[in-house]
Structures are given as structure tokens and as C-alpha cells.
Design a protein around this ligand. Sequence first.
Ligand SMILES: Cc1cc2nc3c(=O)[nH]c(=O)nc-3n(C[C@H](O)[C@H](O)[C@H](O)COP(=O)(O)OP(=O)(O)OC[C@H]3O[C@@H](n4cnc5c(N)ncnc54)[C@H](O)[C@@H]3O)c2cc1C
Length: 484
Amino acid sequence: MVDKTVEALIAILGVEKVFLPGGAQYNASLSSYFSPQAAAVHPACFVAPQSVADVSAVITSLTSRNSHESHDFAVRAGGHTWFSDANSAPGGVTIDLRGLNSIKLSADKSTVSVGSGATWDAVYSQLEREGLSVAGGRVAGVGVGDLALGGGISYFGPREGLTCNQVTSFEVVLANGSVVVADEKQNADLWWGLRGGSNNFGIVTRFSLRTFEQGLLWSILTLNPLTEVDNQARIYGEIMAADNYDVNASFLTGWVFASQHGVSATLNQLIYTRPAEGETPAFYKPILELPAVSSMSATATVANMSTIAQNAVALQKPQAARYMTATTTFVPTEDMIRATYEAFSASLSLVQGVAGIMWAVSIEPLPPQIYKRSGADNNALGLSEHHGSLAIGLVSPSWSDAGDDEVVYGAARSLMADIENRAKKLGAYNRYIYLDYAAPWQEVIKGYGEQNVKKLQELRKRVDPGKVFTNMVKGGFKIPEEGH
Ligand SMILES: Cc1cc2nc3c(=O)[nH]c(=O)nc-3n(C[C@H](O)[C@H](O)[C@H](O)COP(=O)(O)OP(=O)(O)OC[C@H]3O[C@@H](n4cnc5c(N)ncnc54)[C@H](O)[C@@H]3O)c2cc1C
């Protein structure tokens, strides 16, 4: 039976934009999430706005009902956050932004205006026709929406900065239904807060992103035997030092245990964004000289960003397996890389019995070249006060059976705690927790630092005094309450 909230939404939007349980469009919406955990959340309805006016009408309707009649709601863009409730409201209303997917280059080509429901691969494809790109996500299907609101790690990051810092303006629907623009001049506090503040202030309907000229990228995946870990740690520690980091490089390293193949190995993903024709980037020579697990290492390719993003989907297909991520941040010294490997190694006993487990830990560069670039003070992440290179540690396992979820979550949690303890002992710990990789138990916004939390609380009082996006939008990472 359709309740009054849903009836009101149908009256406002028309039946074609409200998807009810049992319908083909409702089922298609469920199957469009990346993780099976997110796809298992069943809202009372999905609504599919096609314009900013639709979004405003939906918010106005949802917030104007008596509290006993109102529904919680959730906002989704690309649907790539893995945990249930982040991007769908159980028994509530899920606002699916995928209809807002326009991509329009400015007349002078310096910015591109992107609807929040677009995916990064679509943005790349369009810009490549002009020899341009933006600093966005690395895998096709990931949404512009949250990646740009949570920080945003891109292959172009060291050269261009975090994705959130590329946003020259946001168009936002606030809790009272009003549509505002936030940029350097208007609502500058909101412009700052949305760069890291995710879904705490409103629904972003459009992003203007800075563009840059871009040709083909060089990339390779390599696997080394675990006997090379000491060399891996030495090389990574050396080239991650801020003075040595090459801004055209995006060097991810880590380890993987794949039960299906019975293999454990070091996995490196090497990207170079301004390759010289026919040459292997010198920056990567030391790592490429290590002995490889030859049958599994790929050969280098040179391709555009949209092709790389499309090819990356094959590594982890949507809903092919259960999935999660959790994260931590540390200084990537040689000792810390070795300590992270030791923590990975110790954690294997916790997951070896899990059916279909792929237990992957990766270390992603966060040199100051990324976090200090493009107006680093103009975001809420609290990174600009740091100096020197940081790295993001990520655990991103996949596995077969829902019955093993808690085992895997528990193992990831204890692995993160182990890495953090080792980092504290080595003086390499950093409190920052990257929102877009975080697990639901992690206190992301607290990690932005006390001063920024206070500023975010003040901003919330101004733009959402009724705390609609805190209390009615329960999923995602919330600004801590005053006094906590
Ligand atoms: C396969 C894969 C590849 C990835 N690659 C990268 C990568 O290269 N770089 C990187 O940094 N991260 C990456 N991530 C992590 C990714 O950034 C996060 O999962 C992010 O949440 C994806 O954004 P989305 O729009 O798809 O999120 P959704 O799941 O749709 O939304 C996530 C959260 O953001 C909120 N939200 C979304 N859109 C809006 C909006 N317009 N207004 C207000 N709130 C909104 C939602 O309410 C929700 O809480 C990857 C994840 C996966 C699964």
C-alpha cells in the first residue's frame, strides 16, 4: 500500500519518476548499486528527479510533513559507497540523482559543469574530444556526487590536487528547498564545507570543475613475490618522500591474498600522466627492476583516462562479490611500509577460511603535492596543517557469502587498529580518515580536527538549522554533535 509521503511525491513528480517495490524500475535501481550490501536495502520508493526543480520539490515535500508521517530519506549519486544505509533509506525515500547527468563545457573551456548523477567515465569521454580532462575517479561507474564531496583521489591528484579542490562552484538544494550557489564569493562557507562535508548540508545538484589539458596516460600493474617486501618498502619509502615525489606519478603499492588462486603477492599499480613517447617513466625504474611474478604481471599500456577507467571495472565488477573498505592514514616511511606488510600478513589467519576471499591492502600516495595544492585551506579535511608525505592505507576485500560478512568486517577492523598501533609506535600515525574509503564505524569528520568540526557545526546551524540532513538523512558520515 502506498503511504501518504509516497502519494505526495507521486502527485508532485508524476508516477514515472517514483519507483515502487515490485516494479521493473525499482528492481533496476536496486541492481545499479556497486555492492550487494547496498543493493539489499529496500526503500519505500526511489524517486528519480530530472532537474534541480524536481529535487527542490522533493525536499520541500519530505520536510513539510508532520513528523509522524514523514520518512527518512537518502541521497545517492553513483551508488558506490558499499555499506547499507549510506546511499539508500530502509523503508524510506531514496533520492536517485542519476537523471541529473548533464556535462557541459564552459565557453572558454576552463571549467565543466557536471550534474551530480554523472559518472566520471562519462565526463572523461566528453572532455577527451577536446584534449581535456578533470581530476576525478579512476573506475567507470563511480559517481561524481560523493567522490567530489568526500575529497577525491585521482591519478591526476599529485599534479592537480584533490578532486574537491577542483570544484569552482556547487549548486545545492538546502533543507528548506531553496537552491543556492556556493563558490569563492557567494556562500563561501558552504563552498568550504562541502569540500569534505558530504551529505551534511544539502543535495548538490551540479558541480563546476576545473579542466586541464591531458593526453594519454602510461600504466602498468605488476606483481612481485613477497620475498621482495624489504626492497618494496625501501623503494616506496624513498620515492614517497615529498622532495622526491614526481607529480606525474600515481604509485599505489600493496599486497593481496587471493584464495581462488592460492596466491599472496605484492601488487603495484603504476600510472604516469605525462609520459614521453616510447619511454618507461624513470621514476618507476627501481620498482620495475624487482623480480616479478612474471606469469601474472601485465605489460605497460598507453591509453586515455576513459579507457583506463573502463578497463578497471574488470578488476571488481559491480555486485560480483561482497565488498567493503576501511582506511587509515600514516607517514609512508620505509619502516611503516614494512610494518603495514607485517600487519597484512598477521591478518591473513583471520580471513583464510572465508569462501572466495580476496584480501587486499593498498597504500595510496598523499604527498603534499596533492593535499597542499589548489587552495588546500579551502576544504574541511584539515590536511593543510600537515607537512611532508602521507599515505592512505586501504583494505578492500571481496568475498562470496553474506554469512561471512561479520568475520570480514571484524578482520578489517582489527587490521586497521593494528596498522594504527604500529604507526603510533613508529611516530607515523595521522588522524585523517579518508571519507570515501571509510567504514561506517570510523569517525571520519572528527579526524578533520577540532577547529574544522566547530566550523562545520556553525555552518550546519546556518544552512540547516533544523538538522534535516543530520536527522532525516541517517546514512553517511555525520558531523559530530556539539559537545562531543
Ligand atoms: C570500484 C570503486 C572505485 C573507486 N575509485 C575511487 C577513486 O578512484 N578515487 C576515490 O577517491 N574514491 C574511489 N572510490 C570510493 C568512492 O569515492 C566512494 O565510494 C564514493 O562514495 C562514490 O561516490 P558515489 O557518488 O558513487 O556515492 P554514493 O554511494 O551514491 O553516495 C555516497 C554518499 O554520498 C552522499 N551523496 C552522494 N551524492 C550526493 C550529492 N549530490 N549531494 C549530497 N550528498 C551526496 C550520499 O548521501 C551518500 O552518503 C571507489 C569506490 C569503488 C567501489
